[in-house]
Design a protein around this ligand. Sequence first.
Ligand code: ATP
Ligand code: MG
Length: 217
Amino acid sequence: MKGQYKRIGISGGTFDPIHYGHLIIAEEIRETMGLEKVIFIPSGNPPHKKNIKVTEAIHRYNMVKLATASNPYFEVASIEIEREGYSYTIDTLKQLKQIYGRDTTFFFITGADVIPELVTWRSFENLFTLCEFVAVLRPGFEKEFLLEKIEYYKRNYNAIIHVVDAPLIGISSTIIRKRIKQGKSIKYLVPESVEDYIRKNALYLYGFARNTHLTLK
Ligand code: ATP
Ligand code: MG
């Protein structure tokens, strides 16, 4: 793998579940930034959601697999879900550097909501030396505010954070989970394969599914 890739995108998240927002943004950034591929990395035990229950990692991983299957530029990595304990992006980046070598630049794709939170990430100063960030706006987030934050990171930590103008997509996993609980349709918010998977495994019907013995009639 060493020396084979120059520019790789990383799409990290809880993906609970993955939706068209994630997919559209990743594809847009892949093209705009000239990335050779985008690796989706579902989190294991997200450190920032310690008190919030998250669906079993294997389900989230399976859904990311299904959602990305038709795009030859998309790949899914299970490194975070295989790791014991909480997963930290810094460890993931170090692992990826080992695999791909020093000639590969990593571009970590994030929505505007994640940028202000970066200061809470483990070894974030160090993270800025291991990857560049690519931020896109999400509905409800002011561009001015995003740019201010980015300036702050640039000035204080020499961070490289690109801003890409991508379509604003008003989809979130929270909205999807809520709609399922309310018995509403999630068509056109997630790929059909993901919709089927959610239905077959009865996910999100009763809060966060931890056991999978439930089946729909
Ligand atoms: P939740 O509502 O559970 O927080 P989410 O939709 O924000 O879910 P995450 O898995 O938390 O999805 O997000 C992973 C990454 O994808 C984050 O960087 C987030 O900002 C980004 N992202 C998610 N949805 C969108 C969207 N509609 N537009 C742009 N970025 C998005
Ligand atoms: Mg989120």
